[in-house]
Design a protein around this ligand. Structure first.
Ligand SMILES: Nc1nc2c(ncn2[C@@H]2O[C@H](COP(=O)(O)OP(=O)(O)O)[C@@H](O)[C@H]2O)c(=O)[nH]1
Ligand SMILES: [Mg+2]
Length: 467
């Protein structure tokens, strides 16, 4: 995408395509107002030049045929007081496949071009209406699947995060200035230069470093808020993994049969607990000597286990524990895990105590029947109370740091660690200054200062068209 090209006027349908009450067409750029004047006939002639930030009632009319297309409310927002910072026009029309398309084509034929995904928000960023962390928060708001995710994205969008990062940036700038000044100390002021370095190291260690580190570490919590907590169901074939998936998400998502090896691919769905989205992944059962397709499924299962936030190991109480269970124990013991003893309603061949004894398990084992709604409720409450609570509560105070921002923060921390090391060793102030500068530029990337076009392209391509 040619990031710099802002002289063009762009347009897009901003609402989902389909039949609905209202559809919105958005136009942004230098020709937005002239374009509106060409195709819009206000109901009251006095609004020939529409006033800014007012909704005006009228008709979209094809200027060539003079035929009216739709009854609309149009608004014009003069830049820079608009979403993109440019002149923006919005046309609220009826939402239908044909009417939206007709109006869009009319706008296109009068000089606008179709906006690329995220281009409105990109322009907002390029005009300084949003910093990059806020633009990223816009994507998170749109993609939020749970209240918690929305709350975290909303906080980021309100600029608290960008302000915090800007404060660090200013502090680092001041430190750089101090270090530069200390370069001017002459030989006989060497002592002063040394204590200055000591002071710089102390300030970094006391204020900025711990805060940057804390924020980088909060990424994991933020990721869970944003993407949901991933919970993987593993166990031998036929223990009831797919039944449990269906019960947890409240619909027949996976095929359940008494035939071992029914589930071969990973099936994903999810449910909400305490405002947090929980992704549930149902997997192929793990067993020795599977056929070829099944063994590919098992490979996928093991990959899912590695990536999961939480593993639910399901054991069937109506069967004996065997070598397959031993293998699952081995493959999942390093993970945060919850053990479920299923088929509580069937004759018992394996008890909670058997499980504990064989594997030396210390944590809770949930005994349930996948077909019993009361048991499923109990499992959800357990998840909420004992598993999700720490994640959700821990994340309350922090910002929703994303992976790009986390990488910037980590780079800043590394550079400042080195700065402290050199300063403490009374090394050259130039070297300390260089590290501080590196940290500042990493922090600036969070805000989107001096990031290259490839980074912007990657970020904004995640948007939909019309945002
Ligand atoms: N009696 C009883 N049967 C169950 C229970 N959970 C699952 N099943 C049955 O066990 C069989 C295998 O279940 P499924 O969910 O396909 O197991 P998976 O291979 O682990 O996915 C099916 O016939 C289910 O109806 C349970 O709690 N009690
Ligand atoms: Mg299954």
């Amino acid at each position: 995408m040619d990031i710099a090209c802002r002289s063009e006027t762009i347009c897009a349908i901003a609402t989902p395509i389909g039949i609905g009450g209202i559809g919105i067409i958005k136009i942004s750029g230098p020709d937005a107002l002239t374009l509106l004047q060409k195709i819009f006939r206000p109901a009251h002639a006095s609004f020939v030049l529409p006033p800014s930030h007012k909704l005006i009632y009228g008709w979209i009319v094809d200027p060539e045929t003079q035929s009216p297309i739709d009854e609309v409310l149009a608004s014009y927002m003069a830049g820079p007081r608009s979403y993109t910072g440019e002149d923006v026009v919005e046309i609220n029309c009826h939402s239908g496949y044909v009417v939206l398309q007709r109006i869009l084509e009319l706008v296109l034929s009068h000089g606008a071009r179709l906006a690329r995904p995220g281009e409105f928000t990109l322009r907002a960023f390029l005009h300084g209406r949003l910093d990059l962390s806020q633009a990223e928060a816009v994507i998170d708001v749109i993609h939020a699947r749970s209240e918690k995710a929305l709350e975290a994205a909303g906080k980021q969008l309100r600029r608290g995060f960008g302000q915090q990062v800007s404060r660090w940036r200013n502090e680092l700038l001041e430190l750089e200035a101090r270090l530069e000044a200390s370069l001017d100390f002459s030989e006989d002021m060497e002592l002063e230069g040394a204590s200055e370095l000591e002071a710089v190291a102390e300030q970094l260690e006391r204020d900025i470093l711990p805060a940057l580190r804390r924020l980088a570490e909060s990424y994991e919590e933020a990721r869970v808020l944003r993407e949901g907590l991933s919970l993987v169901l593993v166990g031998k074939p036929n223990v009831g993994k797919s039944s449990l998936l269906n019960a947890l998400v409240g619909q027949e998502r996976a095929i359940v049969t008494p035939v071992a090896g029914t589930t071969r691919d990973v099936i994903e769905d999810g449910f909400l607990v305490a405002g947090l989205w929980v992704r549930v992944l149902d997997t192929a059962g793990i067993r020795e000597k599977p056929d070829m397709i099944e063994s590919l499924g098992i490979e996928r299962t093991l990959r899912c286990v590695d990536e999961a936030d939480l593993v639910l190991w399901i054991v069937d109480q109506s069967r004996y524990l065997d070598a397959d269970d031993d293998r699952i124990q081995e493959k999942t013991r390093h993970k945060k895990r919850l053990v479920i003893l299923n088929k509580r309603d069937c004759p018992m061949e394996t008890s909670v105590d058997d499980l504990k004894a064989r594997y030396g398990l210390e944590n809770a084992i949930i005994h349930l029947c996948a077909h019993d709604p009361g048991d499923i409720e109990r499992l959800k409450r357990f998840l909420e109370r004992d598993v999700l609570q720490e994640v959700v509560l821990g994340a309350e105070s922090t910002f929703a740091v994303n992976v790009r921002q986390k990488e910037c923060l980590e780079r800043a921390v590394l550079a400042l660690d080195r700065a402290v090391e050199v300063a403490r060793a009374q090394g050259f102030p130039e070297l300390v200054a260089e590290e501080v500068r590196a940290a500042r530029s990493a922090v600036e990337e969070i805000l989107g200062l001096h990031v290259d076009d490839a980074v912007l392209e990657r970020i904004f391509s995640r948007f939909c068209i019309g945002k």
